[in-house]
Design a protein around this ligand. Structure first.
Ligand SMILES: CC(C)=CCC/C(C)=C/CC/C(C)=C/CC/C(C)=C/[C@@H]1[C@@H](COP(=O)(O)OP(=O)(O)O)[C@]1(C)CC/C=C(\C)CC/C=C(\C)CCC=C(C)C
Ligand SMILES: [Mn+2]
Length: 413
């Protein structure tokens, strides 16, 4: 379980090996990307279980700093994404729209009879598409929406479009039609993703994203990896170790960081390596998902799912039955304290990266980081009853977080 020596290992691992000022520039050594592992290939998710690790999960027992199999695989993706940014647009760019715009003929527009040819821009439809994305974000994710209100208008629209695609992807396996979703349906969703990246959006939400990925140097890989995470959700409802869970968290949430950093932009003044900043961003995705998981233990259990490392549960003297029974005991409190501590370490790691983002993006990112982190405080305030009580951050606390985040963002400048 995570402890103070875990923090030391974590810090040594991420700051020492790939610290902010590491000039290692390892991207030229990239091995072929282990992800995606789609049709025909063995996916990371279906690999044999990783070797015994010395990661955050097991650091106390084995305080070496080697990366686990999942961390290694995910780090490869991070390196590749960082390299793409550097190759495509020059280092630490806040580039917008350097890629040539391809003509866009959206099928939804044809179906509506609203447009037959040409680009969406000029038809005034793209503005509507982004507005609709903003409405969805406002309705489903008040916390993120608040964060986007602090962004520049171009970035805000791009993040809305990314948000909507992520939400729709998640809805495929979590929404009302989830029981009808098959691997083939996810394959079709992936084909549709490829089409929109090629400038052939299917509907207006896709059209907004299609425009976004032409304006910002956003790569398709994290989107494909998120779909891989949804494939996992179709068959996997138990995680034996933290290493397994970490990979899942990368797929469904770490990917969001890799999608959004090219929109947020990196600071031209930062001396940190691009891959280090990406790694901090990844930590935010992981932290958010671990927080989601800890908040939703009861809800997930009612769907037969346990997103907790079963080996750590056993070490704490707890069983799956204890989760389904949902009784808050001292054993549960102790277990939860460790899980919360680990999530906080990921938030701390992420926070270090914020100063290296473009200055206009620091406030929104810090604000949303702080709002999400406070969910962990709320679980504590509920005396660790995440079986029947939903942890949430009240309006007053949310509003107070904004000036606090602003002050921290200014200090980070
Ligand atoms: C250097 C540095 C710190 C950079 C910051 C990088 C950055 C901006 C990272 C963003 C990280 C982030 C917001 C991750 C989202 C994680 C998340 C909430 C994932 C959810 C997965 C599945 O959860 P589950 O099914 O268990 O939960 P639900 O009950 O269904 O909620 C997701 C649902 C996957 C889909 C993700 C989303 C819908 C959220 C996407 C969010 C954005 C694009 C907004 C980002 C905006 C801001 C202001 C950070
Ligand atoms: Mn979900």
């Amino acid at each position: 379980m995570a402890g103070s020596s875990t923090a030391a290992v974590w810090a040594a691992h991420h700051a020492g090996c790939y610290g902010p000022h590491s000039r290692a520039r390892r991207h030229h050594q990239l091995r072929p990307l282990p992800l995606p592992a789609r049709r025909g290939g063995a996916s990371l998710a279906s690999r044999p279980p990783p070797r015994a690790s010395s990661s955050l999960a097991t650091a106390v027992a084995a305080p070496a700093v080697a990366r686990t199999a999942s961390e290694e695989a995910v780090y490869e993706v991070v390196l590749r994404q960082a390299a793409l940014i550097e190759e495509g647009a020059g280092r630490r760019t806040t580039r917008t729209a350097t890629a040539p715009r391809r003509p866009t003929r959206p099928r939804w527009a044809e179906e509506d009879g609203a447009a037959r040819d040409g680009e969406l821009i000029g038809w005034g439809l793209l503005g509507d598409a982004y507005d609709r994305c903003g409405e969805v974000c406002a309705e489903y994710a008040k916390t993120f929406y608040l964060g986007t209100q602090l962004m520049t208008p171009e970035r805000r629209k791009a993040v809305w479009a990314i948000y909507v695609w992520c939400r729709r992807t998640d809805e495929l396996v979590d929404g009302p039609n989830a029981s009808y979703i098959t691997p083939t349906a996810l394959d079709r969703w992936e084909k549709r993703l490829e089409d929109l990246f090629e400038g052939r959006p299917y509907d207006m939400y896709d059209a907004a994203l299609s425009d976004t990925v032409q304006k910002f140097p956003v790569d398709i890989q994290p989107f494909k990896d998120m779909i891989e995470g949804m494939r996992l959700d179709l068959w996997k409802s138990r995680y034996m170790t933290f290493d397994e869970l970490y990979l899942y968290c990368y797929y469904v949430a770490g990917t969001v960081a890799l999608m959004t950093v090219p929109v947020m932009g990196l600071s031209p003044d930062s001396k940190a390596s691009t891959e280090w900043v990406y790694n901090s961003a990844l930590a935010l995705g992981i932290a958010n998902q671990l927080t989601n998981i800890l908040r939703d233990v009861g809800e997930d259990a009612r769907r037969g799912r346990i997103y907790l490392p079963l080996d750590e549960l056993a070490q704490a003297g707890l069983t799956e039955e204890d989760i389904f029974r949902g009784k808050v005991t001292d054993k549960w409190r102790k277990f939860m304290k460790g899980q919360i501590q680990r999530a906080r370490l990921f938030f701390d790691e992420a926070e270090k990266g914020v100063a290296h983002l473009d200055s206009a993006s620091r406030w929104p990112v810090l604000a949303s980081l702080s709002l999400y982190r406070q969910i962990l405080d709320a679980i504590e305030a509920n005396d660790y009853n995440n079986f029947t009580k939903r942890a949430y951050v009240g309006k007053a606390k949310k509003l107070l977080s904004l000036p606090v985040a602003y002050a921290r963002a200014v200090v980070a400048s």
